[in-house]
Design a binder for this molecule. Structure first.
Ligand SMILES: NC(=O)c1ccc[n+]([C@@H]2O[C@H](COP(=O)([O-])OP(=O)(O)OC[C@H]3O[C@@H](n4cnc5c(N)ncnc54)[C@H](OP(=O)(O)O)[C@@H]3O)[C@@H](O)[C@H]2O)c1
Length: 436
C-alpha cells in the first residue's frame, strides 16, 4: 500500500515509518517543510501543515491507498475537524483506510474495577478535552465508505523516548526519582515498536468504524516506573511522590493532571481481532535494561545485528543480577561457558574451571543477600571479534528496596564473553573493588 503518514518525523511516526516499510508498504511522509530528510525509509515526501487545513487539500492524491494521521492536535477543535475533512474526503466511497491517532487519556480515570475496553464511555481530562468529538468525526466516515479507525495509544516508551524519558531526565536533574500524584497511580503503556506494528495492522485490516487501544501492559504502577527511571538515570534512591499542584509548576496544570491520571486499560481487542502481538520488553524492563541507558559500544558496526548482540549481552548481565539478588546458583552458573572458564572474585580469589566456580557459588551464594544485594549495569562493550566481547560492568551495593548503600564500595566486573551457537556466555571474568 502507498500510505500517507502525518507526523512521520516524530517519535511514534519514525517507528511507524520503519514498520510500514518493513511490511512492504510505501510511506509518503507529510512534513511541514520540503527539506529532504536523508536516511528515512520514505518513498516520497509531501508538504503540508496540520495547523493550516487548506494546505492539505492536495495531499491525498488518487494513488494514496490509505492515510495514517499521527500529527498531534492543534489545540483548536475546528482546525482539527477540518484536517480530518481534508484527509478523509478524498477517500470517500473507496473503502480505503483512514487511521486517526487519539490516546487513552480520553477515557479519564478508569477506577480499580477492571481493565477498560474500547466501548467504555469517554470521560476526557483537560489536555484532550475535545478529542472524543474528533474521534466521532473520524468514525462517522465509515458511513461514507471510508475504512475509518481510531488508535488510542497508552503511554509510549522505548527507543529512549516518550514520556518515560521525562522521568529519567527529572530523576537525573533532581537527584531523586519522581512520580506525580498518588502512590496508586498506574499507566497503561506500550512499546513504540509494538505500537508501530499495531498501526500497520490497523491500516492493513482494521474494520470501518473501529477503535483500538494500543496498550501492551494495562496498568503499570508509576512508582515502579519512577524507580526504574531512577535506575536508568543512575539515581538509586526511593521514588518521591510529587503533588499534582507542585508538578503543575513544572509541567503546566494540564500535563500534570495527565501524569497523575490513574488508568487500567485493556489492549486485548487488538490482540484478538487484529492478531497484534506486543512482545517487546515491558516498560520497567526497558527503562532498567534497554534504550534509556546508553551503552558505549566499540569494535562493531552501527547496525541492527550489533544492537541485537548488545541487547543479548545486557540480558546476560541482567541474568547475573537476577541470580545474585535471588540467590539462584543454577541460574548464576548458567551464564558461564563450560569450557575452562575463569573467574577472579572481588576479593582476588581466582577460580579456575567450571567445577571450582560451581563449588564456590553453591557455598557462598545461599544467604549472601541477607542484608544487602547489588545492581549490575553494562557500561561498555568492546567487540574484539564479532563473537568475542569485553564488557565493563558497574556493580553497586543496594538495599532490598533498590536504594544505594552509601559508603560501601562499588565493584567493576569485567567479562570476556563468547558467543557460541548464538548464545553469549562468560568465558572469563574478574571483579575489582573500587577503592576510592
Ligand atoms: N507519545 C505518547 O506517549 C502518546 C500517547 C498517546 C497518544 N499520542 C499521540 O500520538 C501522536 C504522535 O505523538 P508523538 O509522541 O510521536 O509526537 P511527536 O514526537 O511530538 O511528533 C509529532 C509529529 O507531528 C508533526 N507535526 C507537528 N505539528 C505539525 C503540523 N502543524 N503540521 C504537520 N506536522 C506536524 C511533527 O513534525 P515536525 O518534524 O515538523 O515537528 C512530528 O513529526 C500525537 O497525536 C499524540 O497526541 C502520543
Amino acid at each position: 500500500m502507498k500510505v500517507l503518514l502525518t507526523g512521520a518525523t516524530g517519535y511514534i511516526g519514525s517507528a511507524v515509518t520503519e514498520h510500514l516499510a518493513a511490511a512492504g508498504h510505501q510511506v509518503v511522509a507529510l512534513t511541514r517543510s520540503a527539506e529532504p530528510r536523508p536516511g528515512r525509509a520514505w518513498y516520497a515526501q509531501s508538504v503540508g501543515d496540520t495547523a493550516d487545513p487548506a494546505s492539505l487539500a492536495g495531499a491525498v492524491t488518487p494513488d494514496i491507498d490509505g492515510v495514517i494521521h499521527l500529527a498531534p492536535p492543534s489545540g483548536d477543535e475546528d482546525v482539527d475537524a477540518a484536517v480530518v475533512e481534508a484527509l478523509a474526503a478524498p477517500l470517500r466511497g473507496t473503502g480505503r483506510p483512514f487511521v486517526y491517532t487519539s490516546g487513552v487519556w480520553v477515557l479519564g480515570a478508569t477506577g480499580d474495577a477492571r481493565e477498560v475496553p474500547e466501548d467504555t464511555p469517554t470521560d476526557p481530562i483537560g489536555i484532550v478535552g475535545y478529542r472524543p468529538r474528533i474521534e466521532r468525526r473520524v468514525l462517522a466516515e465509515a458511513a461514507e465508505g471510508v475504512r475509518a479507525a481510531v488508535v488510542r495509544p497508552g503511554i509510549v516508551y522505548g527507543r529512549g523516548g516518550g514520556i518515560p524519558a521525562i522521568l529519567v531526565d527529572r530523576a537525573r536533574g533532581q537527584g531523586v526519582p519522581e512520580y506525580y500524584g498518588d502512590e496508586g497511580v498506574r499507566w497503561p503503556t506500550v512499546h513504540v515498536d509494538d505500537l508501530a506494528e499495531l498501526f500497520v495492522a490497523a491500516v492493513e485490516r482494521a474494520g470501518a468504524g473501529t477503535v483500538w487501544h494500543g496498550v501492551g501492559e494495562p496498568a503499570v504502577p508509576v512508582r515502579d516506573l519512577a524507580r526504574a527511571a531512577g535506575r536508568a538515570a543512575g539515581v538509586l534512591a526511593s521514588p518521591q511522590a510529587v503533588p499534582v499542584e507542585q508538578a503543575a509548576e513544572v509541567f503546566g496544570p494540564l500535563f500534570a493532571e495527565a501524569l497523575a491520571l490513574d488508568q487500567s486499560v485493556s489492549g486485548a481487542a487488538a490482540r484478538t481481532s487484529l492478531g497484534w502481538r506486543p512482545e517487546r520488553p515491558g516498560a520497567v524492563a526497558e527503562l532498567v535494561w534497554g534504550s534509556y541507558r546508553p551503552v558505549e559500544v566499540f569494535g562493531a558496526p552501527d547496525a541492527p545485528e550489533t544492537d541485537a548482540d548488545v541487547a543479548a549481552i545486557r540480558r546476560l548481565v541482567a541474568e547475573v543480577e537476577h541470580a545474585q539478588q535471588n540467590e539462584l546458583a543454577d541460574r548464576f552458573l548458567s551464564v558461564f561457558r563450560r569450557q575452562d572458564p575463569v573467574w577472579t572474585t572481588g576479593h582476588g580469589r581466582r577460580l579456575s574451571g567450571f567445577e571450582e566456580i560451581e563449588t564456590f557459588t553453591r557455598k557462598v551464594l545461599p544467604g549472601a543477600t541477607a542484608e544487602s544485594t547489588a545492581v549490575y549495569d553494562v557500561e561498555r562493550v568492546l567487540f574484539l571479534r564479532p563473537d568475542v566481547a569485553a564488557v565493563n560492568v558497574r556493580q553497586q551495593p543496594v538495599r532490598h528496596d533498590g536504594t544505594r548503600i552509601a559508603g560501601r564500595p562499588e565493584g567493576r566486573p569485567f567479562y570476556i564473553l563468547v558467543k557460541e551457537d548464538g548464545t553469549w556466555r562468560v568465558g572469563a571474568a574478574q571483579n575489582t573493588v573500587v577503592a576510592d
